[in-house]
Design a protein around this ligand. Structure first.
Ligand code: KIV
Ligand code: ZN
Length: 516
């Protein structure tokens, strides 16, 4: 059996289909760059026909990213495949990923097609994609709920038509590990030309079994796994890449597989995706959760202090979590600051570095020790972002238990300063109303969340907001500060600047369309 396992990351496609997630082109590029550092084999960059925004992002990734195969998704139809190819054709290693459902439920209710029609369309789509590129992946959507004999016929036909990878999704997360492992083994046994293609799996997490099912498939001959960072994706999400990688590594004597992942980039990738998507990682999440390496009970703490492996099966430094990371304070200079950012893996241009340094100094005046986590939220949340149409010059708030909160805000737009005041239900509402008076933004705030970045009374507060414009597009904004009102104002301005940026590009981000 082959030892090498290929990682197909679909954070930018299936992951971006998570409810409430919406990434702009800069953010998608940033994630794609990080996925390359992580060493994934294939990046599914998007679904080009879904929207002009999706198309532009896939094309930008195909143009820039080297070292990974860049994949575009297409339904099994001419227009989809043409559009996918147009978006990825400049990639060093382009892949077209075409799919059609094969389960009777989907055939009857969604496609209204017979089994023969779908069989024919699958083979046709692969052949059509093949005229553009040698690397064609075929997926049988809802494969696990399909009739096995029929599924095997479709897979055989797809491989005969030229598919170099055949993907077996558990689209609705229905399988259990034993069944799914056997399912993959059966397919391998029954499809006569299966050795001519890579067998891939794509597991959803509706029953919390996506990672277990993917590992069971690997044990039974799957060579490619499709997954997302932090397990984000439709509904309950997809299989989490970091969990599969660390399962294969930690239990390597059991699985005996080889991967090409740079383990040290795992934590940073998780944080970046969480920060840009606004999807918090649950504290008890395996591998990358805040508590994954925290020991609360005295017995455990004592054990770990005597010998780490008593209660830790993975070394946090392997995945890039470094303890004792309090590094900088208000006396730290530019050089120390820049060196630390480089060590953390950030490559900022001079302008970004200057902006980050100014924010760092500003925060260091109010918070004596700035940790790596603090630096990460400054850089990821505030610096690596869209052009700032508006910046905050100052704000002032009057509030109390017996008065109506009133906010005064002065924003800068280019060389112009604009000031407005407004009353609100609370101080944040007052600030937001004043900002709206200045900018004319008419969106609805669909989410406002606040979190402490690190512990202690002087912790940075991180505010994440989701702003929905009148067409229903979502813009995620983040702001950090020791002052939660300032963080709130920054988050709102960040979301609004993204709205301005998308409008200036003439298209909106991915969420102006249906996903798969
Ligand atoms: O879940 C699924 O079946 C998919 C396919 C498009 C691969 O996402
Ligand atoms: Zn999926």
């Amino acid at each position: 059996m082959n030892k090498r396992i290929y990682f197909f990351d679909t954070t930018l496609r299936d992951g971006e289909q998570s409810p409430g997630v919406s990434l702009n082109i800069k953010e998608k590029l940033e994630i794609a760059r990080q996925l390359t550092k992580l060493g994934v084999d294939i990046i599914e960059a998007g679904f080009p026909i879904a929207s002009p925004g999706d198309f532009a992002a896939v094309q930008a990734i195909a143009r820039e990213i080297k070292g990974a195969t860049i994949c575009g998704l297409a339904r099994a139809g001419q227009l989809d495949i043409d559009r996918a190819w147009e978006a990825i054709k400049e990639a060093g290693q382009p892949r077209i990923h075409t799919f059609i459902a094969t389960s009777d439920i989907h055939l009857k209710h969604k496609l209204q097609k017979t089994r023969d029609e779908v069989l024919e369309q699958a083979a046709w789509a692969v052949k059509y994609a093949k005229q553009y590129t040698a690397d064609v992946e075929f997926s049988a959507e809802d494969a696990f709920r399909s009739d096995l004999d029929y599924l095997c016929q479709v897979i055989e036909a797809a491989i005969k038509a030229g598919a170099t990878t055949v993907n077996i999704p558990d689209t609705v997360g229905y399988a259990t590990p034993d069944e799914f492992g056997k399912f993959i083994a059966d397919i391998r046994e029954r499809v006569p030309n299966i050795d001519k293609a890579i067998v891939s799996v794509h597991c959803h997490n509706d029953l919390g079994l996506a990672v277990a099912n993917s590992l069971a498939a690997i044990q039974n001959g799957a060579q490619q796994v499709e997954c997302t960072i932090n397990g984000i994706g439709e509904r309950a999400g997809n299989a989490a890449l970091e969990e599969i990688v660390m399962g294969l590594y930690t239990r390597r004597s059991f699985y005996q597989k080889e991967v090409k992942i740079n383990y040290e980039e795992i934590y940073r990738t998780s944080r970046l995706v969480s920060s840009l998507t606004g999807m918090k990682v649950q504290p008890n999440k395996a591998v990358v959760g805040k508590n994954a390496f925290a020991h609360e009970s005295g017995i455990h703490q004592d054990g770990v202090l005597k010998e780490r492996t008593t209660y830790e099966i993975m070394n946090p430094t392997l995945i890039g979590i470094h303890q004792n990371n309090i590094v900088l304070g208000k006396h730290s200079g530019r050089h120390a600051f820049r060196d630390r950012l480089v060590q953390l893996g950030y490559q900022l241009n001079d302008e970004q570095l200057e902006a980050a340094f100014r924010r760092f100094k500003d925060l260091a005046d109010r918070k004596p020790e700035i940790s790596d986590d603090d630096l990460a939220v400054i850089v990821e949340g505030e610096i690596l972002r869209v052009p700032e149409t508006y910046t905050i010059d100052y704000f002032h708030i009057s509030s109390g238990s017996t008065m109506l909160p009133t906010g005064t805000v002065r924003l800068r737009r280019g060389e112009e300063f604009i000031e407005e005041a407004a009353c609100g239900d609370g101080p944040v509402d007052a600030i937001y109303k004043a900002i709206e008076k200045i900018t004319g933004w008419q969106g609805t705030l669909v989410q406002y969340a606040i979190n402490a970045v690190t512990g202690g009374k002087d912790a940075l507060g991180e505010v994440v907001v989701r702003l929905k414009d009148q067409q229903g597009h979502i813009f995620i904004g983040r702001g950090v500060s020791t002052d939660v009102l300032e963080a709130s104002a920054r988050a709102y301005i960040n979301a609004g600047n993204k709205l301005e940026y998308e409008a200036s590009l003439g298209h909106s981000n991915g969420k102006d369309r249906d996903g798969v």
